[in-house]
Design a protein around this ligand. Structure first.
Ligand code: TTP
Ligand code: MG
Ligand code: MG
Length: 455
């Protein structure tokens, strides 16, 4: 039995602004992305502003209408990053097992710290006191035996909340809450569940597991587990060697450059998706090439800009692999990302086109809900190549340095075999139909994969 805390700062950006500018304290404040003019969007709203219905992601124009007295201030990203590091430093005093999941929140596994600092509830109170005393900010904390329940708990009594769910009481704690509180239940899943008469987490927990699996596939079983508060996901050990990799062995060794480069694309897609779901970016790409004589070469290089997108990883992989593949029949290819950066919302402040990121994240969400094959890159459709994700999101085995063994053992990636039968909710959406692929780099893509779609 573990003791896990989820800590999340209250109205983070707005609270930092109120702290740094005392004239804003006690007032309705909205921090605006893209400027504070009518074209901007609210990043964070102080709790005073929320009383008027102002919230994150709302157009500033709307916020101004709902709350004419609101004070709009521009985003100061560098300052929030600085404060975020100070928060994380406080958390690390209580355990080395701190897994930041965004700029203002983290999971902590304090199981081994309880003898030193007291039980989970006591550690939570000490953390809240330190954040208040040293940083003049408030945080809400959930304490439970699983990440899932701790996260629901921290959100329940905001601001300045503390919710402790004793072991064994997870299901009873979750039961009265609406299903939208559960991880992995977006608006569409919620609507589909309503067709079954499910509105609370308790309704979901009482559902027939087999019926949910018929309707939602494997995700259905996960949903039932989560509704009971069961979630085996451990807090990530920041000291563990971290890499995220995919590799595949061909059924028949091949020298076909088109197939090889498409395979690198599918592998890069899988790697980038898992980087995003882990909230990290990579600075190094490694390829592994094994030919028919079992000669195995690995080559690696750094990236100019850390990334969690497919194309930069793929371009690096192709560049590294090409000289090793030329004139050889290839048996195995692998792509691994390493030197992973901090799990912070770096993307809030970088200059990747937000529309591009938006589409990438929407695609991730579809895959999360409907399975790995729900969205397939146009260049991979009917190519018979492996789906980019054939494993569960968030599986951390590779990051513990077990990836080679793990993939070898599974032996299930068969690039030339027919794709597995689609689950009933599976739809192949050509993300490029009618619009440019937002993840595509203009003009700079290796040429082969556009041609000769097989199968
Ligand atoms: P959250 O923790 O989701 O929100 P919050 O801290 O503002 O409020 P709460 O008390 O409910 O936790 O997000 C942390 C920060 O991330 C938030 O202060 C601003 C930023 N952010 C955005 O820029 N856009 C968004 O859509 C969201 C949700 C957050
Ligand atoms: Mg917050
Ligand atoms: Mg947060």
């Amino acid at each position: 039995m573990r003791t896990i805390l989820h800590v999340d700062l209250d109205a983070f950006f707005a609270a930092v602004e109120q702290r740094d500018h005392p004239e804003l304290r006690g007032k309705p404040v909205a921090v605006g992305m893209g400027g504070t003019g009518d074209r901007g969007v609210v990043s964070a709203a102080s709790y005073e502003a929320r009383k008027f219905g102002v919230h994150s992601a709302m157009p500033i124009r709307t916020a101004r209408r709902l709350c004419p007295d609101c004070i709009f201030v521009p985003v100061n990203g560098a300052q929030y990053q600085r404060v975020s590091r100070e928060v994380m430093a406080i958390l690390r005093r209580f355990t080395p097992l701190v897994e930041p999941i965004s700029i203002d929140e983290a999971f902590l596994d304090v199981t081994a710290s309880e003898r030193l600092f007291g039980n989970g509830a006591s550690i939570a109170r000490q953390i809240k006191a330190a954040i208040r005393g040293e940083l003049d900010l408030t945080a809400s904390v959930g304490v439970a035996a699983t990440k899932l329940v701790a996260k629901v708990g921290s959100d329940l009594r905001k601001p300045d909340g503390l919710v402790v769910v004793p072991p064994g009481e997870e299901a009873a704690f979750l039961a009265p809450l609406p299903i939208s509180r559960l991880w992995g239940v977006g608006p569409q899943t919620a609507a589909a569940l309503r067709d079954f008469g499910v509105t609370t987490i308790g309704d979901l927990a009482a559902m027939d597991r087999a019926a949910l699996v018929r309707r939602f596939g494997k995700h259905g079983a996960t949903l039932v587990d989560r509704a009971h508060g069961r979630d085996a996901d451990p807090v990530d050990d920041p000291d563990a060697a971290k890499t995220i990799g995919h590799e595949t062995t061909f059924d028949v060794d091949t020298a076909d450059r088109d197939v090889l480069e498409r395979t690198l694309l599918a592998l890069s897609e899988g790697v980038s998706g898992r980087l995003r779901s882990a909230g990290v970016k990579a600075r190094t790409v490694t390829v592994k090439v094994r030919d028919s004589s079992f000669r195995t070469v690995t080559r690696q290089r750094g990236l100019a800009v850390p990334t969690d997108l497919t194309e930069p990883i793929w371009l690096a992989a192709v560049e590294l692999a090409r000289p090793e593949m030329r004139g050889r029949k290839i048996r195995l290819l692998g792509v691994t990302a390493s030197h992973l950066g901090e799990r912070e919302q770096l993307e809030l402040f970088e200059d990747v086109d937000p529309r591009r990121r938006h589409v990438v994240e929407a695609t991730d969400e579809l895959r999360r809900r409907y399975g790995p094959r729900a969205v397939t890159r146009a260049r991979l459709i009917r190519s018979g190549l492996p789906a980019p994700f054939e494993r569960d999101f968030g599986t951390a085995a590779e990051r513990r340095g077990e990836h080679a063994a793990d993939v070898e053992r599974s032996g299930r990636k068969r690039p030339r075999a027919a794709p597995p039968p689609a689950p009933d909710l599976d739809v192949d959406i050509d993300v490029r139909a009618g619009q440019p692929d937002p993840e595509e780099l203009p003009g700079d893509v290796p040429e082969a994969p556009e041609q000769g779609v097989t199968g």
